[in-house]
Every structure is written in C-alpha cells, then in structure tokens.
Ligand binder design. Structure first.
Ligand code: FES
Length: 352
C-alpha cells in the first residue's frame, strides 16, 4: 500500500522534483506511514477514547450553561449577576448564553476532530482514476470498504464515545428549543375585537373632532377614529391601528347591498381601513366608480356593494362598522366591527 505507483520505494521530504527525461515528473509517492501511539498502545488508545468522551461531555456542559443562563441571566427579568433591566444585565445575558452555545458547538467539533485524528483508521491509500461509475465489482468493493471502515472505526466497540456523542448531539437542540418557551403570550381574543363600542362617537383622525352626519358631504371620504381613543389609552398605537376606518357617503339609490346600507346612515358608510389582504391602509377612493383601492397590491372594493372585493388578491370585503346618529346629530358606532379586521387567519370566525 505504501509503495509509489511506479513500484519504487517512497522517499520522505522531497523538496524539489527534477523533471523526468522525456517530459513529465516522477511520481513523488506517499510519505511513509507513521504509526500513532494509539495504534499500538492499548493504554494510549483508552486515553484517547476518554479524551474524546470528555470533549463531548464538555459540549453537554456548554448546552446546560446556555439553558441555565437563558432563564437565570436574562436581560430584563431575573439576572443573578446584575440589576434587572440594566445595561450590565443585557451584557451578562449575551455573554453567558453566547459562551454556553459556543462551548456546546466547539466541543462537539473538537471531539469529532480528536476522534478522527487519534482513533479512526489512519492509513494512506492510493486509488487510480477510473470511470465515474465503477463496475459492479468496484461498487461491491466500495460497499465492503465502507462496511470495513465502520467496523474499524470501532463504533460498536466504543459505547462510551457513542453514548456521549449521542448525548451531546441530543442536548444541543434543546438549546434551540429553550427560547421557544418565551415567545410571548398568545393573542387570545385581541384579533377579534377593536376599540369601537356601541355609543362611541366617530371623530376625525388627527384632530379628534366628532363628526355630525350633516358634515359628511356626498362622495367625500375621510379617516375616522373612535372619539374616546386618546394617547392615554392603554396600548394606544395598537388600538389605533386596529380601529382605523374610513367614512364615505354615497347616494343611497346607488347602493346594491341592503344590509350594508342598513348599517350606515343615509348613504354614510364606514369601513375598516385595513386591507383584508395583508393589512395595508386602503385609502384611495374613486368618486366616479365608488371603488376603494389598496395601494399595495391593487385590491379593489366596491363601496356600493358592502365593500366587496371586485379585483385583486384580497378575499373578503372590508368589515363595515355599524353606525347611527345620536340625539345631537353626531355619528356613533352601534357596536364593534362584526368580524375581525385586516388579513384573515385560521380561526377568524371562531366567535361566530
Ligand atoms: S395589502 Fe391590500 S392588496 Fe395587498
């Protein structure tokens, strides 16, 4: 196995190769095989085995450090090294979790390298070039070599290494799963409701002025918000994003949808401003056709027909806010949107 291809003895440390007469270069051959200590010394072999196992165990330790740090050295909650929520807490959290993960990954690699260098078969082989697909005989020979290699690697004879390797590889994914436990609360019913409630006045967006029915001119459109929604409201921005609506006024004679007209007031209709495709603000209104357009992907909603989709990727009408006029002539909601606003989701009709 260790002879040169041309049958001559190999020479070590060839620093320069003189060209052969007639062109080409002589085959430099393989360096003579040097046996490792673990190849001939059983004690050295066992020592190497213990080192590999130890490296895998260090990986397990790194994973354990990561998981412990994830819960005990957090940036904003419990932190055993620094004051909760401080910059030092963030620093310690990043440091310890990062080190834990780095140790876990590094020692798996180190164990694999040490295992290969000290215990796996260490013989130089020469394989002549041949056609890409071998003959059946060579394929069988290859299968036999792989089988032999597996036997020689001693996986079956080294339960300690195999056990610790499996432990290290099994422990590592837990470090990935741990953060899933802190993904935050489920949304509950939040997606099904907005700030609108029965009796709440409609107010102009930005200046908060309540709107009288008489203020809404034919074919006009403007943005409205619940009058009671102020910056002091809890989760103000979230509530504002969900409650956003547009008000339009059409000639009731043009209305094709009785239910939609009944939920309005003399042709004044209020629809959610959040596109039912993926949530862009629907704010373009064609006065001639009474179509509302979403600028993102051109979904088009027919205001005269309950904001039904007549074009584009949206799949359901814009939810309509039911309104009436109070004793002072102001427009008020008679309840929340009848269905969730914005993009659809899997249990959108859960409440129905
Ligand atoms: S978000 Fe409105 S069409 Fe896509």
């Amino acid at each position: 196995m260790n002879d040169n291809l041309d049958g001559s003895s190999p020479t070590r440390g060839v620093s320069a190769i003189a060209p052969k007469e007639g062109g080409g270069f002589p085959n430099p051959g393989l360096a003579p095989h040097v046996h490792r200590q673990a190849d001939s010394d059983k004690r050295a072999e066992r020592r190497a085995e213990r080192v590999v196992a130890g490296l895998f165990l260090l990986s397990v330790l790194g994973t354990a450090v990561f998981i412990a740090a994830y819960f005990l050295v957090t940036p904003t909650g419990t932190n055993i090294f620094a004051e909760e929520g401080s910059t030092r807490a963030v620093w310690w959290s990043n440091l310890i979790t990062g080190l834990g993960l780095a140790i876990a990954v590094f020692f798996i690699g180190a164990a694999a390298v040490h295992w290969a260098k000290t215990l796996m078969p260490d013989e130089e082989m020469v394989e002549e070039r041949h056609a890409l697909r071998g003959t059946d005989e060579t394929r069988q020979a290859a299968a036999a070599i792989i089988t032999e290699g597996l036997q020689e690697s001693g996986i079956g004879r080294r339960p300690l290494i195999v056990t610790t390797m499996v432990a290290a590889l099994a422990a590592l994914p837990i470090a990935v799963l741990a953060p899933l436990s802190t993904l935050g609360p489920l949304p509950g019913n939040k997606l099904h409701h907005t700030f609108w409630k029965a009796g709440m006045r409609l107010a102009r967006d930005h200046d908060g002025t309540p709107i009288r029915a008489a203020d809404v001119a034919m074919n006009s459109i403007f943005h409205v918000m619940p009058e009671d929604l102020t910056e002091e409201t809890e989760h103000f921005l979230e509530e504002r994003a969900k409650a956003a609506a547009v008000i339009v006024r059409i000639d009731p004679a043009l209305g094709k949808n009785e239910e939609s007209l009944a939920n309005g007031h003399e042709g004044i209709l209020v629809f959610s401003k959040i596109c039912t495709h993926v949530g862009c603000p629907v704010a373009l209104y064609e006065q001639q056709t009474h179509h509302m357009l979403c600028p993102c992907h051109q979904s088009t909603f027919d205001v005269t027909d309950g904001a039904k989709v007549i074009f584009g990727p949206a799949h359901r009408p814009l939810p309509q806010l039911p309104i009436e006029v109070d004793a002072e002539g102001y427009l008020v909601a008679t309840g929340d949107f009848p269905e969730p606003i914005g993009p659809s989701f899997w249990d959108i009709h859960k409440d129905k």
